[in-house]
Design a protein around this ligand. Structure first.
Ligand SMILES: [Zn+2]
Length: 838
């Protein structure tokens, strides 16, 4: 083993004792080391290093040596202890990590602590100390004072997972480094499963960083620290490893642009299969690229701080050769993207130098921002190095012979390999390019895929259900295999660089890799097409498209961790950022699948499906009548997941189209509506009531039926909509809708005049208009009621009183959104079947 390997491994394991239910730290660390050395030959004691420089010694003695002064420690001991210090950013050096002072043995959700006003607000929640799972009772916060079951992590179960990793075939020294990095990957995955909800520190009031995040961040910091000092030829016992001013690391931000266009550009009518294949493929592509880069830079998988939703962050050593490898790897990915996708997608990279002081609480946000700014600059020069190196960059693309055009994505170049296929159901001949064929195929078997096997540079023939190959350069090739059942483990032992992931399932025993992915759910045998979803809708036959994302997330990353520590031991910034982004991703990539399943189950029908969901946003498609309900469930669960922290909110846009409408446009419409929802603060911005000012910047809104509401009004909208619907059903007449529409119309007219005449808003004028509107409503409804039964009259009166008495301490007055419940009820009660307005 190389020195760097001993460093990273012991940094990753230094606190593993905290997973044991004992306070004998040294013995527990020793026990874990033994398990690993027994399991993997490669990890046994080597002769390259002195005994005290071996990972076993470093891990086992970490707690024995913690009280030693730095000058009594070896170089490697100093590096690991410095990395731990930066990952935890403890205030005082050398504080005794003793377990005797337990203050809280449950993880405090970081999502509750985030604050945009630089304040420390009280925390009232804790997370159960359980294995990671998609069960609500495992990952949702609970009241701090609620007694918990005496649950602890089952260390034996965790060890069983480790022991289930197939042995590597005859281990030779060749590829040793690769295999070690591969083992680190397995351990990371297993730690994530068992240690994500175990606090890293229990002798502090607010343990908000998990043991898993603390361990991986310590390993990433240690790798950078060692490589930096090695590069500067400064690995002496007297070196200041804890120096906070030297830029020893780089924070790298990678981002794929063009993803949305690629996913949604499908033009064909039967797009469901293609669309979900595309979305899945993109997520795999982004992760494969990130993995490729890590391997090319020769880093450990621990350097990947975060990866989801087409974005990833790396912490790498700040040396010239790491930078040049990073740039080379980025170029290789971009050259590949250029040939494969004709420049539709681009990997942008931005990075910034980081010194030790930025690991301190609240400081990493600055670097986060800088890396993103560098990324924006980089994007202005898309493909610049490809332009320089490829001679035919500006040459016109050769058209496909026979003038063929892909009927799914409109590609027409010669490289597209367009073939004519015969559709099974219709016998129609259809032209499709290589990508579209493959991605449709992927979409078709995706629902059944349970395991993914990623094998790098393997020549071994592996049996599988389906396979996909990514080859970014001539040296590195990733083969991705899809399985319905777990592949045979003897087969895996022949590989030296791989990972095996079970999808959206953490309950299976003896797994050593998993992946959450927001994906299309299996409901029955047949794939439902978009026009069928539209036809299933109650009322008019429309498809509903929902786009939703977390408000102000950029701001949260930059400023959200500036809250003051309550007392002594502060956890470092990077550990906190890592914990938070991981927790958000669990909600979107993992838990959202459960919400969808529950809804379809409840209505015993397949009415909503995920097209994409991960990172901090989602794209859902379904019968329109279920979409607003779903959006509200998602935002309510999300609020609960974030402990009702007012800084974590979601905004949503819902568009409605016919089942045959191009999905690309539908996606754009929903995106536009999402932006309109987020701009809720601008509605009536010329007339701010005191209730509005504070919340104006808080988006937290929904745009549906071309109308915006703050989520706080959702239940009023629902109540009004339900009453109108009942009245229509009972009277078998749509008069109520017509009457309300006149009111909606006059409100809209009033708004328009106000805008066009740049009318300086006058309280009296407003009052007159408002009164006029009230009287109109009362008059209209009153005139109507004379014809109906007492029950209906009572309902109409109730409706009237709800609308008139809605107290306006929400952000928008009822007159601004009355259109939403009226049109909603209107669409629900229309009969479709005869000549519709499709
Ligand atoms: Zn195509």
């Amino acid at each position: 083993m190389e020195t760097i390997e001993h460093i990273v491994l012991s940094a990753l394991l230094h606190d593993i004792c905290k997973a044991y239910n004992t306070n004998d730290f040294a013995t527990s660390n020793g026990h874990f080391c033994e398990i690993l050395s027994k399991k993997f030959n490669i990890l046994q004691k080597g002769s390259n290093q002195s005994d005290t420089d071996q990972w076993h010694y470093l891990t086992q003695n970490y707690y024995k040596d913690i009280l030693k002064k730095d000058d009594q420690k070896t170089v490697l001991e100093q590096i690991i202890s410095a990395a731990d210090y930066f990952a935890s950013a403890e205030r005082e050096e050398g504080f005794q990590k003793n377990i005797n002072k337990i203050k809280s043995n449950r993880l405090i959700p970081i999502l509750e602590r985030v604050d945009l006003k630089n304040q420390t607000h009280p925390t009232t929640h804790k997370l159960p100390c359980t294995k990671l799972s998609l069960d609500r009772e495992h990952i949702f916060p609970i009241d701090k004072n609620k007694p918990l079951k005496d649950e602890t992590i089952n260390i034996n179960e965790m060890i069983k997972d480790i022991e289930s990793i197939p042995d590597f075939k005859k281990e030779t020294h060749q590829n040793e480094g690769i295999r070690l990095r591969c083992i680190t990957g397995f351990l990371l995955s297993i730690f994530e499963k068992y240690l994500s909800q175990v606090p890293a520190n229990i002798n502090t009031d607010t343990p908000d960083v998990s043991l898993y995040d603390h361990l991986r961040i310590t390993a990433a910091i240690a790798e950078g620290l060692y490589e930096y000092h090695k590069d500067t030829n400064d690995l002496t016992p007297n070196t200041q490893y804890k120096n906070k001013d030297i830029d020893k690391w780089l924070l790298v931000c990678g981002d794929f642009s063009g993803i949305q266009n690629f996913i949604y550009k499908l033009t064909s009518k039967k797009a469901a299969k293609g669309l979900r294949g595309r979305s899945f493929y993109i997520q795999l592509l982004c992760d494969t690229s990130a993995q490729y880069m890590i391997q090319k830079i020769n880093l450990f998988p621990t350097s990947l701080i975060y990866s989801s939703g087409g974005k990833f962050y790396l912490l790498i050593p700040n040396t010239t050769h790491h930078i040049s490898r990073l740039e080379k790897a980025t170029d290789a990915v971009n050259s590949w993207l250029l040939t494969e996708f004709r420049g539709e997608m681009y990997l942008g990279i931005g990075y910034t130098k980081v010194s030790g002081k930025f690991f301190e609480a609240g400081e990493m946000g600055i670097k986060w921002k800088e890396a993103n700014e560098a990324l924006q600059k980089n994007r202005l020069h898309r493909f610049s190095s490809q332009i320089l190196t490829s001679e035919d960059f500006f040459a016109p693309q050769e058209l496909h012979s026979d003038n063929r055009v892909c009927q799914a994505c409109s590609r027409n170049d010669s490289a597209a390999d367009i073939q004519i296929e015969t559709e099974k159901e219709t016998d129609n001949k259809i032209q499709k390019c290589r990508h579209c064929r493959r991605l449709e195929e992927m979409g078709a078997y995706l629902t059944d895929t349970q395991h993914l096997l990623w094998a790098w540079n393997s020549d071994i023939e592996i049996e599988c259900h389906r396979k996909y190959v990514f080859s970014f350069d001539n040296e590195m090739r990733c083969q991705l295999y899809f399985y319905k059942k777990r592949p045979d483990k003897t087969l895996l032992s022949q590989l030296s660089n791989y990972s095996l992931e079970i999808i959206n399932n953490l309950d299976e025993p003896e797994e050593f890799g998993f992946r959450f992915i927001g994906k299309w759910q299996r409901f029955n045998e047949k794939t439902i097409e978009f026009d069928e979803l539209a036809k299933k809708a109650k009322g008019i036959h429309r498809l509903g498209i929902l786009r939703m994302d977390v408000d102000n997330l950029g701001e949260i990353f930059v400023r959200g961790f500036d809250f003051l520590g309550s007392c002594d031991k502060q956890m470092g910034s990077l550990s906190r950022i890592a914990t938070m982004s991981r927790q958000l991703n669990i909600f979107f990539s993992g838990y959202l699948n459960i919400i969808i399943q529950e809804l379809n189950h409840k209505i015993k029908d397949e009415k909503v499906q995920i097209i994409y969901s991960g990172g901090d946003d989602l794209f859902i498609i379904g019968s329109w009548d279920k979409i607003p309900e779903l959006a509200n469930i998602i935002q309510e669960r999300f609020k609960e997941y974030c402990c009702h922290n007012p800084y974590f909110t979601l905004s949503a846009g819902i568009s409605m189209v016919t089942g045959k409408y191009p999905i690309y446009h539908a996606a754009m419409l929903a995106g536009r509506d999402e932006s309109r929802a987020k701009a809720i603060g601008e509605i009536f911005s010329d007339n701010q009531s005191p209730a509005q000012t504070d919340q104006t910047n808080q988006k937290n809104a929904l745009c549906f039926m071309d109308t915006v509401i703050g989520w706080e009004d959702y239940h009023s909208v629902l109540e009004i909509k339900n009453l109108i619907e009942e009245i229509v059903n009972e009277t078998k007449h749509r008069a109520i809708i017509e009457k309300l529409n006149t009111v909606v119309y006059s409100v809209n007219m009033f708004e328009k005049t106000k805008k066009s005449e740049k009318y300086s808003f006058d309280k009296i004028y407003e009052l007159v208009c408002f009164q006029k509107w009230r009287w109109q409503l009362i008059y209209n409804l009153h005139r109507m009621s004379s014809k109906y039964s007492d029950d209906t009259i009572a309902q109409i009166e109730k409706l009237q009183s709800i609308i008139l008495n809605l107290n306006n301490n929400t952000r928008l007055p009822v007159l601004s959104w009355l259109e939403m419940p009226v049109r909603w009820a209107d669409f629900l009660t229309r009969k479709e079947g005869k000549k519709s307005d499709e």
